[in-house]
Design a protein around this ligand. Sequence first.
Ligand code: G3I
Ligand code: 9MR
Length: 585
Amino acid sequence: MKKSYFLLVCACALLTGCKHTSSSLEIRLNQVGFRPLQEKTATIDVCAADAAPCSVSILSASGDTVWTGTASPTMLNPISGKPRQLVDFSTLTTPGTYHLIASSPHHLTASSPITISPRPYRFLTRQALRAFYYQRTAMPIDEPYAEGYPRPAGHPDTLVLVHASAATAERPENTIISSSGGWYDAGDYNKYVVNSGYTMGVFLMAYEQQRAYYDTLHLNIPESTLPVPDMLAEAMYNIRWMMTMQDTDGGAYHKLTEPDFEGFIHPTECQKPRYVVLKTTPATLDLAATLALAARIYAPYEHVYPGFVDEATEAAKHAYEWAKANPAIYYDQPAMNEQFTPAITTGAYDDYDAQDEFYWAATELYLLTHDPVYRDEALGYCPAQFTPATWGNVAELASLEWMLHPAGVEAFAQECQTALLAHLQPYIEEAESISVHRSPYGNRAEDFFWGCNSEGCCWRGIECLYAYRLTGNELYRINAERCLNHVLGQNATGYCFVTGFGAHSPQQPHHRLSNIYANGPLPGFLIGGPNRERQDEGIDGVQYPKNVSADESYLDFRPSYATNEVTINWNVTLFALTAGLDAQQ
Ligand code: G3I
Ligand code: 9MR
């Protein structure tokens, strides 16, 4: 740390009239980086609601003052009521590394490093994609691909038992099948078709939007020598597994799982039996949609994956037909456990409405086959209510596909676009009015729930990117960047919620694989984030501060699975947002 800057920071500890220590936590900003012409703001903690606007200086690495200005009048965080000021330093455009100093009569605070560079999100995108490689089951993670995090193979899944709930005449209970490969879902060691399907949808749709960008993104994975984009090679590892989850009748098993969660042990130490359980309508339709989309995306790579397009096409159609014949088989784990043994107590990904999955599957099958029967069925399944996409409601994925492929259904596609823009409008207005983080996300207590960094913040940024692509309105791209700023540090906790990035990032994610490394956590993983429901409170020592506000209900504590876990469906939204922004350059 430069001596002059160090002395300045030390002065903070002496001058502060508040309880605050002079830590960079008191200035909240994107801890990864800004493009030169990007909007740049920081949020400053102040002592009282009537605090006068702070004076702000920005120092270069050599300690020179390169920017001065004044913060906004004090605003109150709409959730916690805490006093904050905003400073806009967008006129600083020269690439470099800086620190922001905020001063008031009794308060002096220094920020964490501020980076301005031409492509601040490219490395983050790479690492967020490499996180999927680290999640691979059934193969060793070896150097040079491991990049400091090697491990032996875990869970070959070549001896998987058919659970009683999934038994058929052809595959009776305890039939042994192989269902090898694919990604671990999250911090646990199981594999779930519903979440995997949503993840593959966002993954491959992101690729379709920016083929040229992703085609040049080298991930240093074992398949990097193949004549196929690394990103598609990585996805294929999971798609191949998903195909093994389809029974001979076309239905898809809901998940592959041990009966109850393994402890925080090395994957090679796991001894529990693994089962495929109950075929469900949502899982089967998610498989149908995934394979139909994949058949379209991988068509140019038949020479790398001979026969895949035809195989995926037939499997998708078979799955859709099974779902039409079994339209309402849902995963009710407690009910299943009353009927069958062994009891299964791992993640449920339960969903009691398959209309959205029918909508998505029929849409993808139409885009693949151009068979008007699928189109007409898809439009009939479109729900009246607009709902942001998540693993349990994939309708928006279908609507986005129609917006991007409107041929023959222009009026319907326009209706979808109108609904998307109407959905975004109030949040964009909040960014400019009540937000102390200049963000269209995180201004309401309801914004903070399990996985909200992804399903809330990153996904809203992705929605803004789609709106930008569809309308060309810069405001949407700016708000997509604001969502990323929020995840990367301009938020109530002051955390940069991606492991290995930023000056203050999670160190103890609820992630069994990270736990096996002395140099952990594994980098590039998006953390779930603050969760006002706090479902893990009281379990394994999880204790939140008394009266903690919704936007601060986060613990960087390994047992906190409700705020500090990682998952494949969260990471896909991270790279879809960072790549979507990076590709604009
Ligand atoms: O979406 C609603 C929101 O509108 C509402 O304001 C909020 C508060 O009531 O709830 C939100 O729903 C939450 C939902 O996550 C959001 O996707 C539910 O409360 C919450 O229970 C649900 O948690 C899920 C969790 O499993 C428990 O079922 C997470 O989505 C899901 O990511 C997580 O998945 C687990 C797997 O089961 C096992 N592997 C790890 C993985 C991640 O923790
Ligand atoms: O590790 C499990 C995590 O992946 C799940 O999201 C979470 C909720 O289903 O459960 C975690 O497992 C915990 C279990 O629920 C309670 N006992 C401790 C387990 C490890 O934290």
